[in-house]
Design a binder for this molecule. Structure first.
Ligand SMILES: [Zn+2]
Length: 340
């Protein structure tokens, strides 16, 4: 078996080959897409490529890349002695990891991953025994240890409630796909006036088309603006993509409505981030595993071989070696053809 890092991760055996999360031109027949973030997807897919993904990922990809059709997608594949199974990865609504069972050997490719439950709709990754683990390492260094998730949610909730009680609107910022669904679940009960930025609205409508149970009451920012409701309906909560407070749109909201800006990101763990981003509050919430979670995943999967990819892949592989694992970083600088 051969595992190669190119613009994705290509896993090849004698009888099959699958490419995971390719970002440039894909020339293989079989593709696995763990989730629909732009750093894990490509628009350049051969017409007959079979894409293994969840129904949420399928809907988002078809929206972004209309050339893709329903018959490109499958949820599960099995042929001869190999099974390709999707398992929850805990990163976004509908994100999955890939489990390959072949000739009594198991490979797991995590994609972006977390083992914490951060939302009702985001199933955490459940580590399980495998022979080979290919794991993301975005936060694979000891400096990336985050405070407990529920404590950060509570801290944000108290601040938001306090502002709203003083008639001050708030802007809650995070990726429109992934982080935003966590924010809707945790904070939408704090106000009757919920507003979605256009980018959030687009994603929310697609997710609702897959699962109507995730609907909630909101208005679009455009609607509120067009009908002059922003001044009349104060205080409100606006859910928006993560932007710098120096962005023209946010500067306008600050000067006109005196809004307070909240960023939700793992990078908020570093105090300077708040000043770099010119925001009022940084809440340390990530949709990736932090360092301790990554270590726990590897320990519980107990693999014979670990490949680390993305982010701190070099440091994380060194850390794993120090703990007795056979770990190799797969970086673009050091593409490895490794045979097991
Ligand atoms: Zn992602």
């Amino acid at each position: 078996m051969k595992i190669i890092k190119n613009s994705g991760i290509q896993i090849t055996d004698r009888a099959w080959s699958i490419t995971c999360d390719v970002t440039r031109k894909n020339t293989t027949d079989l593709l696995f897409v763990s989730h629909a973030h732009s750093d894990h997807t490509t628009r350049s897919v051969l017409e007959n490529t079979v894409i293994l993904s969840s129904s949420y990922t399928e809907s988002l990809l078809k929206h972004f890349f209309p050339r893709l059709k329903a018959n490109n997608f499958v949820r599960f594949l099995e042929f001869e002695e190999v099974k390709f199974t999707q398992i929850p990865s805990g990163h976004t609504v509908g994100s999955t990891a890939l489990q390959i069972d072949s000739n009594d050997k198991r490979i797991i490719y995590t994609g972006d991953v977390s083992i914490q439950r951060k939302g009702k709709l985001i199933e955490p990754f459940q580590p399980k025994d495998c022979d080979t683990l290919i794991i993301e390492s975005t936060f694979g260094e000891p400096k990336y240890q985050f405070p407990p998730f529920e404590e950060e949610i509570k801290r944000a909730k108290d601040l938001i409630e306090d502002y709203l009680s003083k008639n001050i609107p708030v802007v809650l910022m995070g990726y429109p796909y992934g982080k935003a669904q966590i924010l809707y679940e945790k904070f939408s009960n704090l106000s009757d006036n919920l507003i979605l930025h256009d980018s959030n609205l687009k994603i929310q409508k697609i997710l609702e088309s897959v699962n109507p149970n995730i609907c909630f009451n909101y208005n679009s920012y455009e609607y509120m603006k067009k009908n002059n409701l922003l001044a009349n309906e104060k205080p409100w909560i606006l859910f928006s993509p993560l932007m710098s407070g120096r962005n023209g749109f946010l500067k306008h909201l600050r000067s006109k409505y005196n809004v307070k800006l909240f960023a939700f990101s793992g990078w908020c763990n570093f105090p300077r981030y708040k000043f770099q981003m010119s925001i009022d509050h940084g809440i340390v919430i990530s949709d990736h595993a932090d360092f301790n979670e990554l270590i726990e995943i590897v320990e519980r999967c107990n693999p014979r071989k670990v490949y680390t990819i993305y982010g701190s892949s070099l440091n994380f592989a060194s850390e794993l070696k120090r703990r007795g694992f056979d770990a190799i970083p797969l970086t673009k600088q050091r593409t490895l053809d490794f045979y097991i």
